[in-house]
Ligand binder design. Structure first.
Ligand code: 5RP
Length: 225
């Protein structure tokens, strides 16, 4: 039986095969992508020619340290593909992301190409989204108004994300509200509804964006869909 870390590593290393010579890729964020970054650094050292656009400061720092050639979204027209993790994946390949607070940049990068490969362990696969609290990135000004409106619209509980006793500030200087729905019946409608609230910058609902899901299991098997 593999540990959860080993499972993440398996999915991530498997996904690295989709990075082909000459590509410019979006590089996700999180503990699964951690293993992808290591694998890609190895491939870059052994001569694979590619460039990456990082989805967070954390990924940027790690990729730089390991020698992965980086570029910015402003220097690229279209990304060949993005590889990223997810917090929940439903049977229609709709996602909740943002557990690592990088959802805004992750969504912008994923939207810069037509291929989004998700790497995850089997525990992220759900029949319906919503058990994982939905991260919503908001402007710091007046964030309690957004909290109130999300609650009024039917969310059970909305918490400001805190780190080391202080509100967590994202790479783009916003806050994160973690929104507890339990079950999200209609992810696309919820995404649209949340975007209509002034102060909401982005939601962790990635609707019709994922094109491939790669999962690994504790028995070492890998599934692609
Ligand atoms: C960060 C994300 C991550 O992709 C998501 O939280 C999954 O992370 P991990 O691979 O650590 O479980 O959306 O904002």
């Amino acid at each position: 039986m593999l540990t959860q870390q080993q499972v993440k590593q398996k999915a991530a290393e498997y996904a690295a095969r989709y990075v082909q010579p000459g590509m410019t890729i979006g590089l996700g964020t999180g503990s699964t992508v951690f293993f992808l970054i290591h694998k890609l650094a190895e491939l870059a050292k052994s001569g694979l020619n590619f460039r990456a656009v990082p989805t967070s400061n954390q990924t940027k720092k790690m990729a730089e340290e390991l020698g992965i050639p980086l570029t910015t979204l402003d220097d690229v027209d279209v990304l060949d593909l993005t590889i990223d993790g997810a917090d929940e994946v439903d049977p229609d390949m709709q996602l909740i992301k943002g557990g690592g607070a990088a959802l805004l940049q992750e969504k912008i990068v994923a939207a810069a190409g037509s291929q989004l490969i998700i790497i995850a362990d089997e525990t992220k696969m759900v029949t319906q989204l919503g058990a994982f609290p939905l991260p919503v990135e908001v402007i710091t000004f007046g964030w309690k108004q957004v909290q109130r409106k999300v609650l009024q619209a039917g969310c059970k509980e909305v918490n400001l994300r805190v780190k080391d006793g202080q509100p967590l500030v994202t790479d783009h200087q916003h806050y994160i509200l973690d929104c507890h729905y339990g079950v999200i019946e209609n992810p696309a409608a919820l995404n649209t509804g949340l975007h209509a609230i002034p102060g909401v910058v982005e939601t962790g609902l990635f609707i019709n964006m994922a094109t491939k899901i790669i999962t690994a299991n504790t028995d070492g098997t890998i599934k692609e869909r």
